[in-house]
Design a protein around this ligand. Structure first.
Ligand code: PLP
Length: 397
């Protein structure tokens, strides 16, 4: 058998491990006494319009056509609806023939990386980063090069990036709003990134593509804006997913948008189609494609996450924990009060607080706390966080 695949299949992710522990522990002490902050599963219902549209589609359409294959890259009328929405919302040129429907952001990423990388290429990303990036880059035959971010803001450290880009760099992969830090790249960061990628592409005589992983685009709070990268850097592939914005992670639906104004855009889009074909990611779920076409521009009730963030962040800072400003997604990335975040997580476990060490996100000394949980659970967990802070004698804020 294939050793790499065996390795990937036989080693469970740390997050899954903690989640499984939580289920076991809940049987021992009761689920109301376990505070599981491990998983990034949306805790808000999908919008009613999603349910209504699905019901309508199931009732009204020709079932054979509804559940049948679409074009490999997705149904044309669906791609048209998405393309119109992108053009109108982000004021960029878009075209249905540059949209590729996928099974969520994970598929979008594997396809995009496979489309732009040749064997031996490098893909640069910034820690902390989504744990699967390494797997996806390696599947594309590339090496993931993870750079530390600015420790105060978690924005890009441009001195490091400048040094890291070289002749093997095929792509830079960004994720804003970020899992796990919640940080959003501001316009200044995006402009600098775009300038640097243009300069380095010229210097090394190869176009460096920008791949942007955007499942959390709409999950931002306090009026923060998320710059649309295609508008700043032409050579961008947007990897979008409806998993979080519409609370549909199990339905596996998203898309890739290749900018028609990117260098070699036509060939790039064909490489995306080829990578989709090679990985068996053709014809994304048909029913959900058709629903998505009718539900552009809506989201689940994001205010629930904002309330959770404010409640938990406010309390943790009061207890003395420190945390970079999370403007989006639904995670807090809290500095561990001791150097080894794994040990901190063990101590937290004694209070039945289930947190994820930052090591797997390429960032030691931090823990991720997913606040896509019920407000009630957050409230009930606060005395435990307070005791944990007291154990470390943290200075109250
Ligand atoms: N990228 C990031 C940053 C994520 O957090 C996730 C899921 O949590 C994904 C990609 C995968 O998303 P999807 O469920 O749409 O495949």
């Amino acid at each position: 058998m294939n050793k790499r695949m065996y390795g990937l299949g036989s080693k469970r992710s740390v997050i899954r491990e903690i989640f499984e522990y939580g289920k076991k522990r809940a049987q021992e002490v009761g689920s109301e006494n376990v505070y599981d902050f491990s998983l990034g599963n949306p805790s808000v219902n999908p919008p009613q319009k999603v349910e209504d549209t699905l019901a309508e589609l199931v009732k009204s359409e020709n079932p054979t056509a509804l559940h049948g294959y679409t074009s490999a890259q997705g149904d044309l009328s669906v791609r048209r609806a998405i393309s119109e929405y992108i053009a109108k919302t982000h004021n960029v040129v878009c075209d249905p023939d540059y949209i590729y429907m996928t099974c969520g952001a994970a598929a979008s990423l594997v396809i995009s990386l496979s489309a732009v990388c040749d064997a031996g290429d490098e893909v640069i990303t910034f820690a902390p980063y989504f744990t699967e990036y390494k797997v996806f880059a390696e599947t594309a035959g590339a090496k993931l090069v993870a750079l530390a971010s600015d420790p105060d803001t978690f924005q890009i450290d441009f001195a490091l990036l400048e040094q890291a880009i070289g002749p093997k760099t095929a792509a830079v992969l960004v994720n804003s709003p970020n899992n796990p830090s919640g940080v959003v790249y501001n316009e200044e960061t995006v402009r600098k990134l775009s300038d640097l990628l243009n300069e380095k592409s010229e210097r090394f005589g190869r176009r460096i593509y920008l791949i942007t992983d955007e499942p959390y685009r709409e999950l931002v709070y306090g009026g923060v804006k998320v710059p649309y990268l295609t508008a700043y850097y032409k050579h961008t592939l947007v990897c979008y997913s409806y998993s979080k914005s519409l609370s549909l992670p199990g339905e596996r639906i998203g898309y890739i948008f290749v900018n028609p104004e990117a260098e070699n855009a036509k060939e790039l889009y064909l490489a995306v189609c080829g990578a989709g074909r090679a990985h068996g990611y053709v014809c994304a779920p048909s029913l959900f494609q058709k629903m998505i076409a009718r539900c552009q521009g809506i989201t689940s009730d994001i205010s629930v996450y904002e309330k959770n963030r404010d409640l938990l962040l406010g309390a943790l800072r009061k207890f003395g924990f420190s945390c970079v400003q999370p403007d989006g997604a639904f995670y807090l990335f809290v500095k561990s009060p001791e150097a080894d975040a794994n040990k901190f997580c063990e101590k937290a476990r004694a209070y039945d607080l289930l947190l994820v060490p930052g090591d797997d996100f390429g960032c030691k000394g931090y823990v991720r706390i997913a606040y896509c949980v019920s407000e009630d659970m957050i409230r009930r967990s606060l005395p435990s966080f307070e005791k944990l802070a007291a154990e470390y004698k943290l200075q109250r804020g």
